[in-house]
Write a protein that binds this ligand. Sequence first.
Ligand SMILES: [Fe+2]
Ligand SMILES: [Fe+2]
Length: 189
Amino acid sequence: MLGMDFVRNLAITELAKKQLSLSPGLQEIANAVLKHCIETSQCGLKLKQFGVKVKQIQTLCSITLLHDLGKLVLLANKEDEYADLMGRSIENSRPLWRLEQAVFGCDHAAIGAFLFAMWGLPENIVRATAWHHEPSSFASNEFCYVTLLHFANCAAHVKNEMQFYYGDELIPEVAEKVGLPVDYVQEFD
Ligand SMILES: [Fe+2]
Ligand SMILES: [Fe+2]
């Protein structure tokens, strides 16, 4: 059963997409980003088999829907410059967020987290979004939303190749610390 948080976050992503007046080419990229968010949610659900608590899984699946919304903000503001940067991330085999940091001085994770904080969304959404590419500071022997989002996001990139930009990579030490097999994606049911 879908929780109210999940429904709220799904509604936010849909509204965000509708608010953007993008050219058809950029709209296609926006759709791919939102498809990735849903795939990340589905991968989050699979983490249940590694002993993550049911309540945590429910919250995680909700957070995943929002985690890359900062990409839509960049797409709406930087348009073709951002689409070109996506292409460069594939050419250079570098995760997109690293190029964003180099070119814009911040990345989509920081932008999304800033937006969610302004909207007054719960702290676990803000924190997980902000650190989903760089979760090492949160690595401990227990799952938390930052590391869980990192695992779900990386799994989505392994399972579904992204057409428009180079996917994010797992930080193996973070998985090892929490006792998650590094090849956990291969073990998904
Ligand atoms: Fe991301
Ligand atoms: Fe992502």
